[in-house]
Write a protein that binds this ligand. Structure first.
Ligand code: AMP
Length: 138
C-alpha cells in the first residue's frame, strides 16, 4: 500500500492540526501522544513520507534512531520512569492506526501495567507540561 498524505500525522507535520510539540528539526517532529499508554508517552515522527517500516528509506531510519535514543533518555529523566519501552507498528493487524512512520517512546513505571493502545485522551494541561519538561532535557 502506498503513502496517503491525508493521515493525521501528515496534517500535523503540515501544521494543519495542532500538537503538543516536544522538539522539531528539519527531519523529525517529536510530540506527546494524546491517548498515552503511560505518563510521558511520546511519538517520534520522521518528516519524510513513508507509511511505516516497510517503505521507509534506510537513511531516514539511520538518522532518526539517535533522536529516538535522546528522547527515551529525556522522557525517562523528565518523568522519573524506571524504564522505557519502544514500540513501532506496521499495518493494521500489527496495531498500526496512523499510516505515517512513527516510533512510540513509552516510559514504564515499576509495578504499573501499560495502558491500552489508543485508550483515553490525556489532559491538555498535563500534556503541555510534560512536553516542556521532556524538551528541557533534550
Ligand atoms: P499507531 O497505532 O502505532 O499507528 O499509533 C498511533 C498513535 O497516535 C496512537 O498511540 C494514538 O494514541 C496517537 N494519536 C492519534 N491521534 C493523535 C493526535 N492527534 N496527536 C497525538 N497522538 C495521536
Amino acid at each position: 500500500m502506498s503513502y496517503d498524505p491525508s493521515n493525521i500525522f501528515g496534517k500535523i507535520l503540515r501544521n494543519e492540526l495542532p500538537c503538543h510539540k516536544v522538539y522539531e528539526d528539519e527531519s523529525a517532529l517529536v510530540m506527546m501522544d494524546i491517548f498515552p499508554q503511560s505518563r510521558g508517552h511520546v511519538l517520534v515522527i520522521p518528516k519524510a513520507a513513508s507509511r511505516n517500516l516497510f517503505d521507509a528509506d534506510p537513511a531516514v531510519l539511520a538518522e532518526v534512531m539517535p533522536l529516538v535514543q535522546r528522547v527515551a533518555i529525556a522522557a525517562k529523566a523528565a518523568t522519573g520512569a524506571d524504564g522505557v519501552r519502544l514500540a513501532q507498528f506496521n499495518e493494521t493487524p500489527a496495531g498500526q492506526t496512523v499510516f505515517h512512520l512513527h516510533f512510540h517512546v513509552i516510559p514504564m513505571y515499576e509495578g504499573v501495567d501499560l495502558g491500552s493502545h489508543g485508550g483515553g485522551k490525556a489532559d491538555d494541561g498535563e500534556l503541555a507540561e510534560l512536553a516542556q519538561e521532556i524538551a528541557a532535557r533534550l
